[in-house]
Design a protein around this ligand. Structure first.
Ligand code: GAL
Length: 451
């Protein structure tokens, strides 16, 4: 059982669900641009219609209410509320105000992500996170949002998955904007992104009474396969390590150490001597202002053991190992035990799982229902692990990703993570079996009843 008041929620993000990309003054985002280029999106789709949440937000809230969640995590589209002249777009503001008012009617607490990857294209054209002007532009945007949602929203998540923004957007280039950076540019962009976070924290604290603030990176933890304390320690160390030669922009500590510990890890200074950005004491103070939670998006992990010489080795997944319908998503429930444990051990802040979910092959059956036993099993397995770690460290909440099937970035509309099935032609929404399963878990306050 989770403790009383546990945050049970579902999560979405603006570009993935809203649709209506060309109306009411919304300006183009980097994802609109990215989708235009043939070959970038698996099925050639884009976010122009998806779940139609811009129009059907009342139905979204009804579905949340019937799901019994007490919280809803969604994001604001920067380009809906601020136009190309950096002026406020009242229509965009009104949409988010209406959504929040509707949530309040049903006592559903909003958790607002300020940046879930959809940078306005005109800001990217100025250089995005590489141009210091971003600090002022982002601050203005955050000021506008927090003032206009004052009294409606107190929980903010500044930035979602910096790893995907920087690593996927500028290293693999599989995500928008798909512009390759060299190491020097990467580090500068990371530093500015962290400063944007810092400015957002100052502004939220100033504008919002009793605010709660977090930052939502993702991670793929190393799972020890036995109880050997040396193995545990090595997994922990690897989880927080940085390697200049291997996907460093995808690492944990490069983003979270400055925020929670007040500085980049030692390894960062050692390995990147020749490409360091300017980092001042004031920057680090700005970035490390106290925040309330460690949010974390966790879907999967990798198993590790020690070889006969005591070296850490990754165990390959057995052939046919349980997995979701997307290549990176193996079903590794222990991830929800070890990642929170490692994170708490290092950063000492309560944990909220801001995303966790399964991509599955879901369609409407002849009986009119959507049967998704794999997702039910996934939720059950992962919540059992979260429940276990919640007995050892403070765990405050869990958001399932996602409320709906939606636009899964470069995989387009072919990959379904939702508790609610969406027919993209008719916008018919059909709650899946897992929707009812999760509803019942919430009603009972946890998964222990299953054991
Ligand atoms: C996260 C992302 C979400 C969602 C999810 C499933 O990386 O924050 O927007 O797409 O993964 O892949």
């Amino acid at each position: 059982m989770f403790k009383k008041g546990f945050i049970f929620g579902a999560a979405t993000a603006a570009y993935q669900i809203e649709g209506s990309t060309n109306i009411d003054g919304r300006v183009k985002s980097i994802w609109d641009t990215f989708c235009e280029k043939k070959g970038n999106i698996l099925d050639g789709s884009d976010g122009s219609i998806v779940c139609n949440s811009y129009k059907d937000y009342k139905d979204d809230v009804r579905l949340l209410h019937e799901l019994n969640v007490n919280s809803y995590r969604f994001s604001i589209a920067w380009g809906r509320v601020i136009d190309e002249n950096n002026q406020i777009n009242p229509k965009g503001i009104e949409y988010y105000q209406n959504l929040c008012k509707e949530l309040k009617k049903y006592n559903i607490e909003p958790y607002v992500t300020l940046y879930h990857w959809d940078m306005p294209q005109w800001i990217m054209d100025k250089g995005g996170f590489l141009n210091d002007e971003i600090l002022e532009l982002f601050s203005h945007y955050v000021d506008v949002v927090t003032k206009s949602l004052n009294g409606l929203v107190k929980n903010y998540i500044t930035i979602n998955e910096p790893q995907c923004i920087i690593f996927m957007g500028h290293d693999t280039c599989l995500f928008a904007p798909g512009i390759k950076y060299n190491d020097k540019e990467m580090l500068k962009a990371i530093h500015n992104l962290l400063k944007c976070h810092g400015h957002a924290v100052s502004i939220i604290r100033k504008n919002v009474k009793n605010s709660t603030i977090g930052f939502a990176p993702c991670s793929r933890p190393m799972i020890p396969t036995n109880n050997n304390p040396i193995l545990y320690k090595k997994c922990y160390e690897k989880y927080f390590s940085i390697n200049r030669n291997f996907e460093y922009a995808n690492s944990v500590s490069i983003y979270s150490d400055p925020i929670f510990l007040g500085d980049y890890p030692k390894e960062y200074y050692l390995q990147f001597k020749d490409v360091l950005p300017t980092i001042t004491k004031e920057d680090l103070e700005l970035i490390s202002q106290p925040i309330d939670y460690i949010y974390q998006n966790i879907y999967t992990g990798n198993y590790y053991s020690l070889d006969k010489d005591g070296n850490l080795i990754q165990n390959p997944f057995d052939f046919g190992f349980r997995e979701g319908n997307i290549d990176w998503l193996q079903v590794v429930p222990e991830a929800l035990y070890y990642a929170p444990k490692f994170l708490y051990e290092r950063y000492k802040k309560p944990i909220i799982i801001s995303e966790n979910g399964l991509c599955n092959v879901d369609f409407v059956s002849l009986d009119g229902h959507v049967h998704d036993p794999q997702r039910i099993d996934y939720i059950e397995r992962y919540l059992i692990e979260l429940d276990k770690v919640a007995k050892e460290i403070p765990v405050e909440g869990y958001f399932y990703w996602s409320l709906f099937d939606n636009f899964e970035w470069n995989s387009g509309l072919r990959k379904r993570f939702g508790l609610v099935h969406v027919d993209y032609k008719t916008n018919k929404r059909t709650p899946k079996d897992s929707y009812y399963f999760y509803r019942d878990i919430i009603k009972r306050g946890g998964v222990n009843w299953i054991l």
